[in-house]
Design a protein around this ligand. Sequence first.
Ligand SMILES: Cc1cc2nc3c(=O)[nH]c(=O)nc-3n(C[C@H](O)[C@H](O)[C@H](O)COP(=O)(O)O)c2cc1C
Length: 163
Amino acid sequence: MKALIVYYSMSGNVKQTAEAIAAETGADLLALYPVKAYPDKGAKKYLWGGKCALMGDKPRLQPYIFSADRYDTVILGSPVWASSFTPPLRTFIEENRATLAGKRLAAFVCYMGSGDQKALKKLKKALNVERLAAEMVLNEPIAKPKEENAAPIAAFCRELTAQ
Ligand SMILES: Cc1cc2nc3c(=O)[nH]c(=O)nc-3n(C[C@H](O)[C@H](O)[C@H](O)COP(=O)(O)O)c2cc1C
């Protein structure tokens, strides 16, 4: 398996998880950045990002290189925003729909309290797939001891490499 992890992370939980999966599987990393960053402080942080996720926004992304030919597997990583996945991933999916259709797809989301399963369901709908090769939800991994995240991450990686 040669995998690419495509992720958006506002405050580091998804980034840390993506890096742990990369360390375990040898996957490459591609971080997405919207041209206009989402507010990450104050009242606007939840209101604006949440509204954009609910509305299915597709923000313009900073230039990125997706060398699709190098990978048979693409892993998408996102925080849960308003029980959905984040807008930068929506843009990426839209911009690479045809290419992604030919890959094994997996996904993980990080969340604070709820909406994790809904977010995965919406992600599968956006990808137009019934199921993913592997999926994982992690609750605020940065706040947890490393050992607590290690087991689900290892299980996710095993599922990925088993097929
Ligand atoms: C705009 C916004 C909306 C959010 N909505 C939810 C939500 O619906 N459910 C939830 O459990 N967590 C929600 N969260 C919390 C994040 O999903 C959680 O903190 C996640 O670990 C953040 O990942 P990151 O550090 O990679 O950005 C929200 C956070 C933001 C900024």
